[in-house]
Design a protein around this ligand. Structure first.
Ligand code: DAH
Length: 359
């Protein structure tokens, strides 16, 4: 019996000394396992007298239960401590600000379109969109480009193969010939066909022309504007675009001028210039005596209104269109158009905008 007490004493000490779950498992094996100390003592029972065997047997069973309970209690304590330590170490400070070096950036085109849309939103214009694959009617005919008109040639259009391209199939009528839109003016047509005036929309989007050099890429972006009501006139057009340019270029007394021009879908038509200086190869907007052309505009031609189902006796309006890359190049000093589409990470990091940069 003394042996049992001593063993109990010894095992209770080793259980207490086990400092982690793995060590505790070792204790369990050395004490209660097949070759463990308690089991060893059990094996000696056979050689004892019956009375003695019963007594020692009961004591050993009790010891087994006690040690097992000791181990379980110790395991619970160790697990609790381990969890407490983990919770302490994995604490997170939710008051930390945003990461100092955010990954990714907004492309200057995206940023410029968002800036323009925000200004036009203040003027009451909403954003409209339309398809990039168009037909001849929306790209040309409805916009008052008659068949064979020389202005059509200026657009270097990408035509798509006829839908009915198979041999023997009928050719699509000229108006339905499919193409990639050469300007966002196509969406003017969709908007006028589907909405009732008053209309006040801007249309940012991709456009396509078969042209590639330092100032042309086959895909580029335009931002179109359309305003239709009963009284809109050239004065409104000038006021709206002048205010837009002042805000966009952040120059309060920006000089502007409107030169007569020609577009089939507007009458009269104009091009708008802003004042600049070009001293020593450096372009400065808003000062000096030079002029820089930035957009085309005009009063919507009555034929266009009629082609889109709007009563030209009752309604009138103005429209404008600008190149988004050009606006971005001028505002952010980006010298080469082609770099917009090269996906060069260094360029994107340099000219891109972080999501937290507000305007
Ligand atoms: N669609 C013209 C172009 O791509 C730009 C333009 C000029 C749009 C005058 C207009 C406008 O709405 O009124 O060259």
């Amino acid at each position: 019996m003394n042996n049992i007490d001593a063993l109990k004493q010894e095992l209770v000490e080793t259980v207490k000394a086990a400092n982690d779950i793995a060590a505790l498992e070792d204790v369990r094996v050395t004490a209660l396992g097949k070759k463990g100390k308690v089991t060893d003592m059990m094996k000696t029972l056979g050689s004892l007298a019956p009375e003695e065997r019963k007594k020692i047997g009961q004591a050993l069973n009790l010891l087994k239960d006690e040690i097992s309970a000791e181990i379980d209690a110790r395991a619970a304590t160790l697990k609790k401590a381990a969890l407490a330590e983990r919770l302490h170490n994995e604490k997170m400070d939710v008051t930390l600000g945003p990461r100092p070096f955010p990954q990714g950036a907004l492309h200057p085109i995206t940023r410029t379109m968002e800036e323009l849309a925000a200004i036009f939103a203040d003027f009451g214009f909403s954003v409209a969109e339309g398809p990039e694959i168009e037909d001849d009617f929306h790209n040309f005919t409805a916009l008052n480009f008659p068949a064979g008109h020389p202005a059509r040639q200026m657009h270097d259009t990408f035509y798509l193969p006829d839908a009915a391209g198979e041999e023997g199939a009928e050719q699509a009528p000229a108006d339905q010939k499919r193409l990639l839109r050469t300007h966002t003016s196509t969406v003017q047509v969709h908007v006028m066909q589907n909405r009732k005036p008053p209309i006040r929309v801007i249309i940012p989007g991709r456009t396509y022309r078969s042209d590639y050099d330092q100032t042309h890429t086959p895909m580029f972006h335009q931002l179109e504007g359309l305003m239709i009501d009963k009284t809109a006139h050239m004065g409104h057009l000038k006021g709206c675009l002048t205010e837009l340019c002042k805000r966009f270029f952040e120059v309060d007394n920006l000089p502007t001028r409107f030169r007569p021009s020609f577009f089939p879908f507007t009458e009269p038509s104009a091009e708008m210039d802003i004042g600049c200086s070009r001293g020593k190869g450096e372009l400065k907007i808003g000062e000096g005596s030079d002029w820089l052309e930035i957009l085309g505009c005009g009063m919507v031609h009555p034929n266009v209104l009629k082609n889109c189902g709007i009563d030209a006796e009752e309604y009138q309006g103005f429209a404008f269109g600008m190149g988004v890359e050009r606006m971005a190049m001028l505002k952010y000093g980006i010298p080469d158009l082609r770099t917009f589409f090269e996906s060069d990470l260094r360029w994107l990091k340099h000219y891109g905008f972080g999501p937290q940069e507000t305007f």
